[in-house]
Design a binder for this molecule. Structure first.
Ligand code: 5GP
Length: 238
């Protein structure tokens, strides 16, 4: 990737910037220290978050590729940048849940930490203005975001990622409570996109249930950077 040049900014999100490059089919994804919650209503920064999330995401994408999960990840090129495949992003957030937390507890009045007998897969429309409303697969077809075949591929990948990562975190004495995935398409293939990090997952210590994710920022629990660093070290240096 030595000759790949970073060109103009294509898109700036809340936690990442995406740049065009000298190669049409590749982008550079740059992770920021900025943190937001509650559809952008709460804003702040988390020290070294860009580097930590790039390190964790790169590691997990590579790990998943070893299990034949198609991801957009190509290469980590600096502390806070990775090269990724250029995809047509599907504007749907796919959430997988193993343990009750967050909006599941609020919506269905389930006590936090209740273990789900079977993983729950949910879809949300990616739209801050509408507060990411929950949808089902028929909305995805009707709105033209994905075909039934594409949704089947997304479900298969999401379930496989959950099975792989649940064991991955369990071996590190961590619980993968829930996580959000995003997908994109290229040449009729579905790829896992975006990031997998403490910004997009809930991860607790197995014994103490200490939260090692963005909930510390969302709910002003303190020790956010320390928790992100602890998680990185438990993932990468295990
Ligand atoms: P909940 O629906 O309980 O708020 O979130 C479920 C899981 O998906 C959590 O791990 C949460 O971090 C992730 N998630 C859901 N929506 C978003 C979002 O808009 N941005 C990010 N970064 N994560 C999300």
């Amino acid at each position: 990737m030595a000759n790949l040049e970073k060109r103009e900014l294509l898109y700036e999100g809340k936690a990442k910037k995406v740049y065009l490059t000298s190669e049409d089919d590749k982008l550079i994804q740059e992770f920021k220290d900025d943190a937001t919650a509650f559809d952008g209503m709460k804003k702040g920064t988390i020290g070294n978050k860009g580097e930590i999330n790039n390190a964790i995401s790169s590691y997990l994408f590579e790990y998943l590729e070893n299990y034949h999960i198609p991801t957009h990840f190509i290469e980590k090129i600096s502390s806070n940048e990775m090269v990724v495949k250029k995809l047509q992003i599907i504007p749907i957030e796919v959430v997988m849940r193993n343990v009750a937390a967050g909006s599941l507890c609020t919506r269905y009045k389930i006590p936090e930490a209740t273990i789900m007998e079977y993983p729950i897969l949910e879809y949300y429309l990616k739209n801050d203005e509408l507060h990411d409303p929950m949808i089902n697969e028929y909305h995805a077809y009707a709105f033209g975001h994905a075909t039934p075949d594409e949704v089947r591929a997304i479900n298969r990948i999401a379930s496989k990622v959950n099975a792989i990562l649940k064991f991955f975190f369990d071996r590190r004495n961590l619980i993968l409570v829930d996580f959000k995935l995003e997908f994109g398409k290229r040449n009729n293939e579905i790829y896992l996109a975006d990031e997998i990090s403490p910004d997009t997952c809930r991860i607790w210590d197995k014994k103490t249930h200490k939260k090692l994710d963005k909930d510390r920022f969302r709910h002003d629990m303190g020790g956010v950077e320390k928790a992100y660093l602890e998680l990185r070290d438990r993932i990468i240096n295990a």
